[in-house]
Design a protein around this ligand. Structure first.
Ligand SMILES: NC(=O)c1ccc[n+]([C@@H]2O[C@H](COP(=O)([O-])OP(=O)(O)OC[C@H]3O[C@@H](n4cnc5c(N)ncnc54)[C@H](O)[C@@H]3O)[C@@H](O)[C@H]2O)c1
Length: 356
């Protein structure tokens, strides 16, 4: 079956999605949209896309009767309205991360997708990265041992966003990976930040997310660093995995955990010794788009579904509150598990305890 897919947003990321979709046999581009005529002209001039129609009318692209599915790659502040319009119009929807900017809105989208019987996916692309999947294998096989901590660093010199702070922009990826690896969501968070470039949006944030079993995930998100770093340490009692998306670094190294505190850590354990055969994934973004199309056609259950993403929104929302309240510990209500339809007034609440 060939699905007709519309795409909204042709800034930095949208063209990557469109290229990935263009490479897949079971979909065809319908309407491609950006509110900026210059972005559309550029796309048309470069003959980048085989779209049937280019428009600045986002509502038309979201609701167009010919489309089966709509991809949204616009700024986060616009995700809710665009995704809602598309779901109302009976489209399957793929929204870039973060799903939207508060959990009440996220829950509305999840509910709408459920009642319309439509797929709602969120662009947590690292779930389709082969090294990330190998770490999941190590955890599930028990080779890593009980998790002791996680530590994520995403730093670069920008690019800053005008509508969200650095944690919403970068750490939504980390939270999606933690959720995938641990099969759990954080229950509490403390966060502190710096505002180097703008008073209203933190551009350097350190947050600590606490899970039910006492595991802590330390997250550092930074738009004001001269160096680009993308690295996560997943420390188990037996092995410690280091995932890297930084140029020049191997994507996965695994160490014996006893060497963590040694003066000289041991050399990485060869991956083949750990039973990790090289996984042949296509480019993560292509795999992610194919996964969505497969879900639309009933062939798979979505990994990056709206429900999981809404719990990430709740965690980010709680971290924001902690930032606003000088690093107060914030409990994250597990609002998505039960009272979804009555949660519009519930986001997160303060524990009253100050962070150390
Ligand atoms: N998955 C990833 O790894 C990844 C990477 C980068 C960005 N993203 C996400 O993709 C989204 C877009 O990011 P970006 O870097 O491309 O941003 P961007 O600012 O470069 O581009 C956004 C584009 O959307 C257009 N736009 C804004 N409002 C619109 C509307 N209402 N209707 C139609 N077009 C509209 C703008 O004109 C612009 O061209 C964000 O949610 C971001 O978090 C994801």
């Amino acid at each position: 079956m060939t699905l007709i897919v519309n795409c909204i947003g042709l800034g930095h990321w949208g063209p990557n999605l469109v290229r990935a979709l263009n490479s897949l046999p079971d979909c065809r581009l319908g309407v491609v949209c950006d509110v900026s005529p210059s972005r559309l002209e550029l796309a048309e001039r470069q003959n980048l896309f085989s779209a049937v129609e280019f428009t600045t009318d986002a509502l038309h692209a979201a609701t167009d009767a010919r489309a089966d599915a709509v991809f949204v790659a616009t700024p986060a502040a616009t995700h809710f309205e665009l995704a809602k319009s598309a779901l109302w119009a009976g489209k399957h929807v793929f929204v870039e991360k973060p799903l939207c900017l508060n959990s009440a809105a996220a829950n509305q989208l999840v509910e709408l997708a459920t009642t319309r019987v439509k797929q709602l996916a969120v662009g947590h692309v690292f779930l389709f990265n082969s090294a990330v999947r190998a770490i999941k294998q190590l955890i599930e096989s028990g080779r890593l041992g009980p998790i002791q901590y996680l530590s994520a660093t995403r730093a670069n010199h920008g690019p800053r966003r005008p509508d969200v702070n650095v944690l919403w922009d970068l750490s939504s990826h980390d939270l999606s990976m933690f959720q995938y690896w641990l099969g759990a969501d954080p229950q509490e968070v403390t966060a502190c930040g710096s505002n180097c470039y703008a008073p209203e949006l933190a551009d350097v944030v350190t947050a600590c997310f606490g899970y039910a079993d006492g595991v802590k995930a330390h997250v550092h998100a930074n738009w004001a660093s001269p160096h680009k770093t993308r690295e996560i340490v997943v420390a188990g009692s037996a092995l410690t995995a280091v995932w890297s998306d930084t140029a020049g670094m191997p994507p996965l190294r695994v160490y014996e955990s006893r060497s963590r505190c040694d003066a000289t850590p041991s050399a990485p354990v060869p991956l083949t010794e750990l039973g990790l055969v090289e996984q042949k994934f296509s480019e993560p973004l292509v795999a992610e788009c194919q996964h969505f199309l497969d879900a639309v056609q009933g062939r798979v259950t979505l990994l990056n579904d709206g429900d999981s993403a809404s719990r990430i929104v709740a965690a980010l929302e709680a971290a924001d509150l902690s930032l606003q309240r000088q690093s107060t510990l914030i409990k994250i209500d597990n609002i998505n598990l039960a009272h979804r339809s009555t949660t519009s007034d519930v986001t997160c609440h303060e524990s009253g305890r100050r962070a150390a």
